[in-house]
Write a protein that binds this ligand. Structure first.
Ligand SMILES: Cc1cc2nc3c(=O)[nH]c(=O)nc-3n(C[C@H](O)[C@H](O)[C@H](O)COP(=O)(O)O)c2cc1C
Length: 406
């Protein structure tokens, strides 16, 4: 599924996915103009099921008052020690993730120096878990060499810096410094909450539909959305992998923080896949490629006539080619079948020299549940989830286990 433009994490039936159910997130807020965006971010985290406690710097309360955050989080907002003399210890112990968004250049620099001059910076000192900073500032302030040095220090210590985006800033200038979008921030939270069995592994994923042009405006293709492939990419990143996606045409939202290389035809996809294949540890071929292409592609738009006969020729079989070249890579294919699903899947597994095949019955298309089978030479496991994202996470976890066992 991937993140939509409006950041709705949904089940197949349209209901909200509780990806952060019960997770304890400490949301730090500092005094930048982007504080109003933290209000929407808090709403989003709550909708995803998270418990959120808000910790504000004194200066940030001048931008949006604590009452807004208190109401939306359902918890007291902390600004100083007046509510609890051990607030810095208790909040640090409570949190599973500490996200500061927006994070001013002032606060990030103080954190880099190990200062504790207010409740927020003191809580950072008392906290041992994953720390995520989402800076937002005027471009010149953000690019200031002292700030950049402090960011470098923080990254070296393992702090996640969620890079700001390029855009029109509140100072009416265009540049880098806009607070990262909600989708990216949520994805980093999910990243920080997952174990990293794929740390140091390179995962290559193909997805979407390839197109074979008949003339400059017409083509043969299919309606693959790319949702499953993008979900696999997102979840592989959560599990620590370095992910590269080679995508044909897609309608699903691209996964955040993942390299996506775009291709048009099956032949282009083969070329790009072969370039990345040698270096990959795990290769998941989820693209719906066009098996045939027109023998002749017209340079001009074909005129309307009574009838048109197209001669098609076979495209290269990418999966089979990879199966032939495989040297240690864990190779995963997909099969969508209307009959003899398991038998056909196992036959494809052998013929294409795969390590695992994900077999889906055709009836999963348009259904509110996503189900299928993980087929190997000597075993079959079934799975069923309410969304493709959850299925993707299950599949990637199983791939990680099977790959590491080899
Ligand atoms: C209207 C206004 C907007 C500001 N916006 C930002 C900003 O977007 N990013 C930033 O790093 N600092 C910004 N500042 C400067 C910080 O507020 C200032 O450095 C302050 O000391 C930050 O305190 P804090 O980090 O404790 O919240 C802004 C200041 C004002 C008055």
């Amino acid at each position: 599924m991937g993140l939509r433009g409006d950041n709705k994490e949904e089940k197949a039936g349209g209901e909200r996915l509780k990806l952060l159910e019960g997770r304890r997130i400490l949301l730090g807020i500092t005094g930048g103009i982007a504080v109003y965006k933290a209000v929407l971010l808090l709403r989003e985290l709550r909708k995803l099921g998270a418990q959120v406690r808000v910790l504000m710097t004194p200066f940030s309360t001048q931008f949006v008052g604590g009452l807004t955050f208190e109401t939306l989080s359902g918890n007291k907002v902390f600004v100083d020690w007046s509510k609890d003399p051990l607030a810095h210890i208790n909040l640090a112990r409570w949190a599973e993730v500490f996200l500061i968004a927006p994070c001013t250049v002032n606060t990030l620099s103080k954190i880099a120096l190990g200062m504790g001059d207010n409740l927020l910076t003191t809580t950072v000192l008392a906290y041992k878990g994953p720390l995520l900073l989402a800076p937002a500032a005027n471009t010149v302030m953000y690019k200031n060499p002292a700030v950049q040095e402090n960011l470098k220090k923080l990254r070296e210590r393992g702090t996640v810096v969620i890079e700001p985006e390029f855009g029109l800033l509140a100072c009416e200038e265009e540049g880098e410094g806009k607070l990262a979008g909600e989708g990216r921030i949520v994805d980093w939270i999910l990243w920080s909450l997952h174990p990293k069995p794929l740390e140091g592994k390179k995962v290559l994923i193909t997805c979407g539909a390839t197109r074979e042009y008949i003339d400059p405006v017409r083509f043969i293709s299919n309606d693959s959305s790319g949702e499953m492939g993008f979900s696999l990419a997102r979840t592989a990143r959560w599990l620590g992998a370095e992910v590269k996606v080679i995508a044909g045409f897609t309608t699903a939202e691209e996964p955040p923080e993942v390299e996506v290389i775009r291709v048009v035809s099956t032949e282009d996809m083969l070329k790009e896949t072969l370039k990345a294949f040698e270096e990959a540890d795990i290769v998941v071929m989820n693209a719906a490629v066009a098996d045939f292409r027109p023998k002749i592609r017209s340079d001009r738009k074909i005129k309307k006539g009574k009838a048109l006969t197209l001669e098609l020729e076979k495209n290269p079989d990418i999966l089979e080619e990879l199966g032939r070249r495989k040297r240690g890579q864990f190779l995963v294919g997909f099969a969508l079948e209307s009959e003899n699903l398991l038998q056909n899947a196992r036959e494809k597994l052998r013929r294409k020299n795969l390590d695992l095949i994900v077999a889906n019955p055709v009836d999963v298309m348009g259904s509110s549940h996503h189900r299928g089978y993980l087929v190997r030479e000597d075993s079959v496991e079934d799975f069923e989830f309410e969304s493709k994202l959850e299925s993707a996470l299950h599949i990637m976890n199983r791939i990680a286990e099977l790959h590491l066992k080899r």
